[in-house]
Write a protein that binds this ligand. Structure first.
Ligand code: HEM
Length: 479
């Protein structure tokens, strides 16, 4: 294989020293906290395209906007990298993982569940949970420090469950914690398999300690999602799909249904089965809860360290909301332009999804190098967002980077927190509305004061941006 054309092409791409057969697997043999830095150093050392390979496994990592545009704007490269199959025991062949005709059909169906009219309906839930969240923050004001992720996580899980799944979760801290721990474990298992080539093999992985734990974690996790589905199915059977709304025809067509109801209706029509529903509920629960939780947590840590920016957000909130004690309407959220710039800047520095992967299904030239077919192409969002040539003084939190004129000066593919092209994030608008609602509710009432500083943060490699230690901030009432 060393002498094959594909191998030669790979060796032309900059990257660490490769040995026959084992290639550069040694580069990746590091625990998750070290591996995060290994991944960062690859681009620092070798530039915007770099490769590692071992035997038949070939990875290139890319953080060059022109290359990213070639890959992401094309309908050729919509298949996810092979490593995504490590998530299959958990998420099945759901929207996030599947490809081809199946993905097209699924995407078309599920896009309806995030239509503008449905998001408008969700506003009620966003408001209710923001009120509840603000009450919880009130309990923190005498404390010296608060773990921001622990504060935000349950609120974000309740929101996705009550909106997309139409299911209120009972306030069971133990069950919540179990769900959060399961997701942490599953991410760690995926990243471990990615770095240790011998664990790519399902048989070997299933015999390993990780494989055995994963099996029991999944039994528990799928039990949780199956319960959510069963409850909702029973409820809809009892009410014959005509419920909670005054306009009784609102559930008569696919156009106005939230995700789980839409899936259950398609099950009733014999289009899909329970397994499909379970996969999608697992996917949307995870994507819907974890990404927004991480985004909000980093935002609070970052903003705590930027008092002047926080005051500017507050001034805008006063200007948009005046003396109203109500929570904002959708129009008012849209008027919060400065808050939006701050959220975008926070997602630049701390993209909840630090990298994504596509499969090179047709040979492609990236940064002047030919990348052979069947290579996994990893799009390094974290590295892209910290390129000094695209974002001068890249570590600085500067929301003005997202003023309309400044956005126009940058390459469209220089900013990818929600991915781009056909396989972009289906929940992007949902996430922005939810985050704006929660943050506006919070920042109108409280000052966030610094405890954890950006420079304290040590990341560990995962499919979601994770820190080794919890992030803390202090909440104080504004007067
Ligand atoms: C700040 C919040 C969020 C961020 C940063 C984010 C980011 C992303 C990214 C980068 C992708 C591409 C993944 C890949 O190619 O592997 C993605 C896809 C996806 N996201 Fe989000 N997401 C967020 C919120 C949400 C929410 C709230 C939902 C659900 C309500 C959601 C559901 C999905 C789904 C289902 C996909 C797969 C789409 C497809 O492949 O067709 N995300 N998201």
């Amino acid at each position: 294989d060393w002498f094959s054309r594909d191998s030669r092409l790979m060796r032309q791409i900059p990257g660490p020293t490769a040995w026959p057969i084992i290639g550069n697997v040694l580069t990746y043999l590091a625990p998750p906290d070290k591996m995060f830095l290994v991944m960062r150093n690859l681009h620092k050392e070798y530039g915007p395209i770099t490769q590692v390979h071992a035997m038949q496994i070939r990875y290139v990592s890319v953080c060059e906007p022109n290359d990213l545009e070639l890959v992401m704007s094309s309908s050729e490269y919509v298949t996810k990298a092979d490593a995504y199959k490590f998530a299959a025991p958990w998420l099945g062949d759901s929207l996030l993982l599947c490809t081809g005709k199946k993905w097209h059909q699924r995407r078309k169906l599920l896009t309806k569940a995030f239509h503008f009219n449905i998001l408008k309906k969700f506003m009620v839930t966003f408001k209710q949970h923001t009120q509840q969240f603000v009450k919880q923050v009130e309990e923190e004001i005498l404390k010296e420090k608060t773990d921001v992720k622990a504060l935000v996580g349950p609120a974000a899980l309740r929101v996705i469950s009550e909106t997309a799944m139409g299911t209120s979760l009972t306030d069971d801290r133990v069950a919540f914690q179990k769900y959060f721990d399961s997701i942490l474990f599953l991410g760690e298992a995926i990243i471990t398999r990615l770095s240790k080539v011998w664990l790519h093999n399902d048989f070997i992985f299933n015999l390993s300690k990780f494989g055995k734990t994963q099996k029991s974690v999944l039994t528990e996790l799928h039990g949780f999602t199956n319960k959510v589905i069963k409850n909702r199915r029973n409820f809809l059977d009892e009410t014959d799909f005509k419920q909670d709304d005054n306009d009784s025809d609102s559930y008569d067509n696919n156009e106005k249904m939230a995700l789980l109801d839409l899936l259950l209706k398609n099950e009733r029509q014999g289009v899909i089965n329970n397994e499909v529903i379970r996969e999608e509920v697992d996917t949307f629960m995870f994507e819907g809860y974890d990404t927004t939780t991480i985004a909000l947590s980093f935002f609070l840590m970052a903003i705590a360290n930027e008092p002047a920016i926080q005051d500017k957000i507050y001034a805008e909130l006063q200007q948009v909301m005046g003396h109203s004690q109500e929570l904002p309407t959708m129009e008012e959220l849209n008027d919060m332009k400065y808050l939006e710039c701050c959220i975008k800047e926070s997602l630049r520095l701390y993209p909840s999804v630090p990298f994504i992967g596509r499969k090179v299904t047709k040979e492609i030239v990236l940064s002047g190098y030919t990348v052979p077919v069947n290579t996994s192409c990893f799009i390094m969002i974290y590295d892209l967002h910290r390129r000094a040539d695209l974002y001068p003084d890249p570590e600085k939190f500067d929301p003005d980077r997202f003023l309309p004129d400044n956005i126009l000066k940058r390459h469209v593919y220089a900013y990818l927190p929600f991915s781009a092209g056909l396989r972009n994030c289906i929940g992007q608008k949902f996430a922005m509305l939810e985050m704006k609602m929660i943050l506006s509710g919070l920042l109108r009432r409280f000052h966030v004061e610094p405890v954890t500083k950006p420079s304290d943060i040590v990341y560990r490699a995962d499919i979601i941006l994770r820190t080794v230690e919890p992030m803390y901030a202090r909440f104080r009432l504004r007067r």
